[in-house]
Design a protein around this ligand. Sequence first.
Ligand SMILES: *Cc1c(COP(=O)(O)O)cnc(C)c1O
Length: 439
Amino acid sequence: MSTTASEALFARAKQVSPGGVNSPVRAFRAVGGTPRFMASGAGAWLTDADGNRFVDLVGSWGPMLLGHAHPEVIEAVTAAAARGTSFGTPAEPEVLLAEEIVDRTPVERVRMVSSGTEATMSAIRLARGFTGRDKIVKFSGCYHGHVDALLAEAGSGVVTLGIPGTPGVPAHVTADTIVLPFNDPAAVDVAFAEYGDQIACVITEAAAGNMGVVPPAPGFNAHLARTCAAHGALFISDEVMTGFRAARRGHWDLDGAVEGWQPDLMTFGKVMGGGFPAAAFGGRADVMDLLAPIGPVYQAGTLSGNPVATTAGLTTLRLATPEVYERLAATSTQVQALVTGALTEAGVQHVVQTAGTMFSVFWGVTEPVTDFAGAQAQDTGAYTAFFHAMLDAGVYLPPSAYESWFVSAAHDPEVDSAPLSRLAEALPVAARAAAAAAR
Ligand SMILES: *Cc1c(COP(=O)(O)O)cnc(C)c1O
C-alpha cells in the first residue's frame, strides 16, 4: 500500500501545524507510522490521498452515524449553504434541531454551541451560576473536551483534589475539581460527606467512551442523580459521544429512561452535528433560563446554531429512525463477534465492552474493565500490532487502544457485505500479529 502522498502531506503539515495535526490523536503517536490523509468518504468507506480504500470503524470519532456523504444529508446541506452560510440571527434550522433534541431527551431547553468542549464548559459555568458553588466532581478517565477545569486527572485514593493534567492550566483553576474513580459510588459518598455544600455539580460521561468503552455499573448514574439532588448539586450527563449514538435517545435511553431519573443538564455534540461543528447543552428549564439574555449567566457564540451545521444535524437525526438503530446494533454485534472470534482463535487475551451500539476491545485483560486504572492495565503493544495489520489490509481503526469503535448505518450487518468481508479477511493476520506482540 503506497503512502507517498500522505507522507508528503504530513511533512508539509508539520512545517505549519504543531505535530502536523489539528487534534493530537490524529497524529498516530500512540501507534507510530504516518497518519493517513483522507481525501474522501462514501458510506462505510474512506479513501486516502494515495487512493487506498479503507473500511472506516472510526466514523470521525462518532458523528458519522449514517456513514460518509449520505446523499440526503449532502443535499440538505448544499441547499442550506446556497441560502447563505451564516446570518448571525436566529433561523429556522436551529429551532427544528432544538425541538428534535427536546423531543428525544429529557432536556426542556437547549442552547447550541459549536463543539463538545464549549458545551461542557458552558454547562459547568451554568451549574456554578445556578448553585452559587465552585467545586465540581469529575471521574478519572472521563474526557469532557479540553476545558481547563476538566483536564484535571486522577490521583489515587478516594478523593483527590485536582492536579492539572497539562501545563498551561494554573493549579488554582483545577483546585475546585474533585477527581474520583469511575463506577465507585462509595467515593462519591465520601466526597459529598466532606464537601456536599460546596459542590456545584457532578459531570460524568453517560457511559465512558474515552478510555475505551466502560459502561456505568447498573445504578451508578442513578446514584449520581440521587446524590446530587440530595445535596442541591446538579447532575450533568455528558452525552457528547453517546448522545443519539449509544441508542436513539442517547445512553439515557438505557438507564435513566428505564430507571426513572433525569440529569439536570446534558451535553451533546458529535452525532447531532452530522459531521459539522454543532454541539449543545440543555436541561431543566429553571436552570437553563438562568442563561443570558433571560438570566445573568453569560454565554454566546458567533457561529452558534449555524444554519448549515444545524441542517446537517437535523437531517441526520431525522434519518436516524428506530430501524437505523436496530441496524447499527446488529452491525456492532456482528463486528464484535468477528473480532472476538479471530482474537480467540489466535489466542489473544481480550475483553470486548459495549455501551449500546458503541464498543471497544481491551487488550491483554481477562476481567471486565470498570475504571481508568483497569483500562490502563491493558496491553497497548498488542493493539499497535493489530492496528497496523488492519490498516495495511484496508480497515481503519482508531489509532489508540483507548478509543471507542463506531459503525454506521452504511455498514451492512451481513457478513458477506463488502465492508464486513474486508474486515473478516483482515482479521486472522492482524490477530496473529497481536498474538506475536502480546506481552
Ligand atoms: C468528544 C467529546 C467531547 C468534546 O467534544 P469536542 O467537539 O471534541 O470539543 C466532550 N465530551 C465527550 C464525552 C466527548 O466524547
